[in-house]
Design a protein around this ligand. Structure first.
Ligand code: NAD
Length: 467
């Protein structure tokens, strides 16, 4: 197949680049032929039974009927946030978790407000019955990564809107499945990238939109979070789903907290798009060494078979020629950072801690007073509007409350959700794209265009347009 001229012509430029390389198979068996097939899916035309869900408008839903799917660490918190919007804006009609103790915890949390949702527990497939209920408008999916796509697709097929935790999908096929199902069913499918609602991120976004940074040239985002103890801890994640990913694959497993805001700054899918990506990883030394320090009866004690390098660096080139650096490191003993850097011809912002530099104001970071002037002038109004709810309900400093409020409020008003299925897929596609690139020697891989050409149309973000 690789020598066939027709398929060569059909190849993306990234796949063509591999032709010059010696035969490579990735650690878990990526072969060039398979990858070629995966990348050729980039060219899929939209079936006639589907239409774009960009700016999808639906009938307003007075009180959104919510089903919670997965109430572990994250879902427990989301249920509390939906509860904060009860009874005026939303009601939880059903809760599902395979572990009864998790369901009970959520029921306990809802008790004081008087909510008594129906419960599905103890059965691997109980969630399907829940998704078929008539009294569900929205399914909130907070299960382990591999379950996101099948659960979201099934829920959408039942005509429900879905919001999915991050990353929405681990695979390119999964991303396409989300896009195709949302388009076929004409429902919202949003990834819960809460960081896009952070006060700092919305402030920077507002400055970008107002031209403070001039023409954007590059950005940086990361998920640098020392999760060693949680990863190797018995109790933290259901069936240790997270550490298993580090054994199964290399690449950037969790790109969207850093990438989402940068993609919004750069109007990805709204005037620009990801074009291609290269990726490489360090050795998994922290994982290996730390595995020797845990209890001997832990399944992950003294393991050397981690495929996932401690630090993964990936670079994206956009269609407009801009570059984005993404980092993923959840095992090095170092402080938390999402970097949150954005550069333009007139200014630069970098997070951790937040600092601003503006053309014509010297070679240093702006001082506190001047930075505050920019903050006051460009802060996004939603943090002021929701001040009381943010203070009361919080969630990562308040961004989680803002996010859940927006999801519910948009459905109340029939507005499209702030982030659509194309955002979810483009941002999540970095997981498999980085895996392919890393495993095949850091080759460039072409990013799919999930919008099928619509990315060229400029449009405002929902958080500015539908507010
Ligand atoms: N956005 C954020 O800031 C943030 C923070 C934490 C976690 N997350 C994301 O949330 C998701 C869940 O992570 P977590 O830390 O809550 O993990 P977790 O293991 O605590 O929760 C997953 C839950 O899914 C349940 N589950 C598993 N199989 C099920 C099935 N067949 N039917 C019903 N329930 C099932 C488990 O019992 C568990 O309670 C992940 O995608 C993660 O990346 C996001």
């Amino acid at each position: 197949m690789i020598n066939n001229r027709r398929s060569f012509i059909k190849l993306s430029s990234a796949a063509a680049a591999w032709l010059g390389l010696s035969p490579i198979a990735g650690a878990d068996g990526y072969h060039r032929d398979e990858v070629e097939e995966v990348l050729n899916r980039n060219n899929l035309t939209r079936p006639s039974s589907q239409k774009s869900v960009i700016n999808l408008r639906k009938s307003p839903i007075d009180k959104v009927k919510v089903a919670m799917l997965g109430v572990g660490n994250r879902g427990t918190g989301h249920a509390k946030l939906v509860n904060a919007l009860y009874p005026d804006k939303a009601i939880i009609t059903a809760v599902c978790d395979i572990r009864e103790k998790q369901v009970n915890k959520t029921l306990e949390n809802l008790k004081s407000s008087g909510q008594k949702p129906d419960v599905y527990t103890g059965d691997e497939d109980g969630w399907m019955e829940m998704c078929r209920r008539d009294d569900v408008d929205l399914v909130v999916i907070c299960t382990p990564w591999k379950m996101h796509v099948p659960m979201a697709v099934y829920a959408m097929q039942q005509g429900k809107h879905v919001v999915i935790e991050v990353p929405a999908s681990l695979t390119l096929q999964g991303c396409w499945d989300l896009v195709n199902t949302a388009e076929e069913m004409q429902v919202n499918c949003m990834m819960l990238e809460n960081v896009c609602y952070g006060a700092e991120e919305l402030w920077v976004l507002n400055m970008v939109q107002n031209g403070v940074f001039g023409t954007l040239t590059y950005g940086e985002g990361a998920y640098i979070h020392n999760l060693r103890d949680s990863l190797f801890g018995d109790e933290k994640y259901y069936n240790d789903w997270r550490i298993r990913q580090h054994i199964e694959q290399d690449g950037n497993l969790y790109p969207t907290h850093g990438l989402g805001p940068v993609a919004q700054y750069m109007d990805i899918n709204r005037g620009d798009r990801f074009d291609y990506l290269v990726s490489m990883s360090s050795p998994p030394s922290s994982l290996i060494e730390h595995s020797r320090e845990i209890e001997k009866d832990n399944e992950f004690y003294d393991r050397t078979d981690f495929l996932h390098g401690d630090m993964n660096n990936s670079l994206i080139k956009t269609a407009l020629g801009r570059t984005i650096l993404m980092q993923h490191d959840v095992v090095t003993p170092r402080p938390y950072s999402r970097i949150n850097a954005i550069a333009g011809t007139k200014g630069y912002h970098e997070g951790y801690p937040s600092r601003l530099a503006i053309e014509g104001k010297g070679h240093e970071w702006l001082d506190e007073a001047t930075t505050k002037e920019y903050q006051d002038k460009y802060k996004h109004p939603i943090w002021e509007t929701l001040k009381e709810g943010i203070e009361k309900n919080g969630g990562h400093g308040g961004m989680d409350f803002v996010q859940m409020y927006r999801v519910v409020d948009c459905l109340n008003k029939g507005y499209p959700l702030d982030m659509d299925v194309y955002d979810a897929s483009a941002w999540s596609s970095v997981v498999e794209l980085s895996k392919i690139s890393t495993e095949l020697g850091s080759v460039p891989v072409k990013c799919p265009d999930f919008t099928r050409g619509d990315w060229e149309n400029k449009r405002k973000l929902g958080i500015f347009e539908f507010i």
